[in-house]
Design a protein. Structure first.
Length: 98
C-alpha cells in the first residue's frame, strides 16, 4: 500500500492554478484540521487567503499514480478524507469581492 492518511482537497480552479505554478516541495498553505481552517501562504492576487475546511470520511476514494496508456495501474492507497474549502466570510479580500 501507499502512504497512510492521504486526503483529497477540493479547491477553486484559481487556487489549483497558483499551486501548480509553485515548486513541487513548496509549502503553499497551513492546514489546521482541528480548527477547520486553511491559510494560504504567499500572494493570492487579491483573492481570499483564509478558508473554512469541511471534512468528510471518504472510504470509497482511492489514489492512483500517473501512468502511460495501456500500463497496469497500481493503487497507491485509500483516501481517508475529502476536504472541501470555502472562503472564510471574515477574509478581507473576500469581503471586498462581494
Amino acid at each position: 500500500g501507499g502512504p497512510a492518511g492521504m486526503m483529497l482537497i477540493k479547491v477553486p480552479r484559481w487556487l489549483s492554478e497558483i499551486w501548480l505554478s509553485c515548486p513541487e516541495e513548496a509549502a503553499v498553505a497551513d492546514l489546521d484540521l482541528e480548527r477547520g481552517k486553511l491559510l494560504l501562504r504567499g500572494d493570492t492576487g487579491g483573492r481570499p487567503s483564509s478558508f473554512v475546511v469541511e471534512r468528510r470520511a471518504s472510504p470509497e476514494l482511492f489514489a492512483f499514480p500517473v501512468c502511460r496508456e495501456g500500463e497496469e495501474v497500481p493503487v497507491e492507497g485509500g483516501i481517508s478524507d475529502a476536504l472541501s474549502i470555502t472562503p472564510d466570510f471574515n477574509d478581507g479580500a473576500y469581503k471586498s469581492m462581494v
